[in-house]
Design a protein around this ligand. Structure first.
Ligand SMILES: Cc1cc2nc3c(=O)[nH]c(=O)nc-3n(C[C@H](O)[C@H](O)[C@H](O)COP(=O)(O)OP(=O)(O)OC[C@H]3O[C@@H](n4cnc5c(N)ncnc54)[C@H](O)[C@@H]3O)c2cc1C
Length: 489
């Protein structure tokens, strides 16, 4: 069987590898002719993918910065959180003995829930209404996992997931900097503030795969490693303009150049909205499906500033958000279509580049895609870059002088350069109502589409962004299962 995979992001390449290893001929098409160096902050990689694709032997480097979070304190000091629990407790004790006493129990309770999510994330979502033996077995296994959480864990699961992250953090802690480090993970890439419902789910999402007490995913060079793996052919500069459908089945892929490639199996890493409403003729879809896809929320709220420094910045992950109220006020601006006057910043540095310089990637939130007062233009990007440097310089004196290069990507640029719909890196907002069995839309969470032979595999499908390669691996499992079934009939 030959398969066409659209996109050469991490999910698509993982999916392509699994399909190829099962004996299929796989061609990957990506519109990007330049092959941008993939970023390091792509999230946690499920160990099963590392093992099954033998990525360690191929130069995979997973970097867990330690301290995993550094937050400036109002008195000029820093709160640093470490992989070592005792070291974190000691650091927290200096700002709040009460919070230090609560930290281990909080981490244990969150860790338990994150491990349940991990189980859910590393398999296609079970079909809740499915009657096949596999579906029933998967549901039974999940039920057992939930039971094993114990009474406290089950209560936590039902009570906490839909809660605003600010509420749970106010319950457990008093120190503003500590609460902001955790609260920021609850709103990352989300058009919501820490007082919005469902943000505890996002805190847990960013905790999946990390050791107890670590609430940020690691960095890695997965994108580069996958792009260099043998076994699949990657064609760059090949923009897919259309997927042709005949009698409800995928028939071919038409490139922007006009070239048509026949295909009976197409896997798209392009976001669900563009795949189903742009690449295919939506006339093939049921009106209810069209309605649901049209209403997938993307709403990018992040701008990306990259600084190149000629010296080490002096941190691995700096979180510039002094309190939950600060983040909520930053969100207030976005609610009304404005860029936050005082945004929440998360700056990451992954050590020196081969040229000895240091690249600092700054996540700037909230920078909404849709602005109430005009467009994203050069002047707005320059102003945002200035604000970011000014804010970081308050904590890192001399940063401005040490910066030799600066680039600012607005949500519009992220859409144009990387194809993120409305600048949303996760392809669809990962809120509780667009997660798990409802991602990308209820009824179609299994990577299948209503078009026979057309599948989705990007972060717009379960489990979403920040879980690197999981959507691709899950999609491959579904596809291979269906190919095996078809070959038996
Ligand atoms: C600037 C930036 C910031 C990021 N921030 C984060 C972050 O904070 N957290 C996190 O976890 N991840 C982040 N990421 C990583 C990224 O969002 C993840 O890699 C993504 O979630 C994984 O999705 P993917 O690999 O399936 O899709 P993508 O990486 O989106 O890849 C899709 C590919 O499809 C190609 N494509 C799109 N349309 C077409 C078409 N018509 N024809 C052919 N090819 C097409 C695109 O060129 C692209 O290469 C960031 C990435 C970038 C570039």
């Amino acid at each position: 069987m030959s398969a066409l995979v659209i996109g050469a992001g991490v999910n698509e390449l993982v999916c392509a590898q699994y399909l190829a290893r099962a004996g299929n001929r796989v061609l990957v098409l990506d519109e990007d002719g330049l092959r941008h160096d993939p970023p390091a902050d792509i999230g946690w990689i499920p160990p099963r993918i590392v093992r099954e694709l033998a990525l360690e032997g191929r130069g995979l480097r997973i970097h867990r910065p330690d301290p995993w979070a550094t937050a400036p304190l109002p008195d000029g000091g820093r709160l640093e959180l470490w992989h070592n629990m005792a070291r974190s407790i000691e650091a927290i004790r200096r700002v709040s003995p009460r919070d230090a006493a609560n930290w281990p129990a909080f981490c244990k309770r969150m860790g338990r829930l994150a491990r349940l999510l991990e189980t859910l994330y590393t398999a296609p979502p079970p079909d809740l209404m499915g009657r096949a033996l596999g579906d029933l077995a998967q549901l039974a296994g999940l039920g057992l996992r939930v039971r094993r959480l114990g009474r406290q864990g089950i209560e936590d699961l039902l009570r906490l997931l839909p809660m605003p992250v600010a509420d749970i953090l106010d319950d457990w802690f008093e120190n503003d900097a500590l609460k902001a480090i955790l609260g920021a993970a609850g709103v990352m890439h989300l058009h919501q503030g820490p007082r919005s419902g469902g943000t505890v789910f996002r805190l847990l999402h960013h905790h999946v795969g990390s050791p107890t007490g670590v609430f940020r995913p690691p960095l890695s060079n997965l994108g580069r490693v996958l792009a260099e793996l043998p076994g699949v052919e990657i064609r760059r500069g090949a923009e897919v303009a259309r997927i042709a459908v005949r009698e409800g089945r995928v028939a071919s892929v038409v490139l922007a150049s006009g070239e048509e490639i026949p295909a009976s199996l197409v896997v798209s890493g392009v976001d669900p909205k563009r795949t189903l409403l742009g690449l295919i003729d939506p006339g093939w879809l049921d009106p209810d499906v069209v309605h649901a896809v049209r209403h997938i929320r993307c709403r990018g709220v992040v701008a990306r500033v990259t600084l190149t420094l000629e010296r080490a910045p002096g941190f691995a992950t700096l979180i510039a958000a002094p309190s939950l109220d600060y983040i909520e006020r930053a969100y207030d601006d976005a609610k009304y279509g404005r860029v936050s006057r005082a945004p929440y910043l998360e700056a990451r540095s992954d050590g020196p580049s081969p040229d000895g310089r240091h690249r600092v990637e700054v996540h700037v939130q909230y920078a909404p895609y849709a602005l109430a007062d005009g467009e994203w233009d050069e002047a707005r990007c320059v102003a945002l870059g200035n604000l970011v440097v000014e804010m970081l310089s308050q904590h890192l004196p001399g940063l401005d002088a040490a910066t030799v290069e600066r680039s600012v990507l607005s949500p519009h640029d992220l859409e144009e350069v990387y194809g993120f719909p409305e600048g949303q890196a996760y392809h669809a907002e990962l809120a509780l109502d667009q997660a798990l069995w409802m991602r990308p839309i209820p009824g179609w969470a299994s990577y299948r589409t209503p078009i026979a032979g057309l599948y989705l595999c990007g972060p717009g499908t379960h489990p979403g962004g920040s879980i690197a390669g999981a959507a691709g691996a899950n999609a491959a499992r579904v596809i291979l299962r269906e190919l095996r079934r078809a070959s038996r009939h």
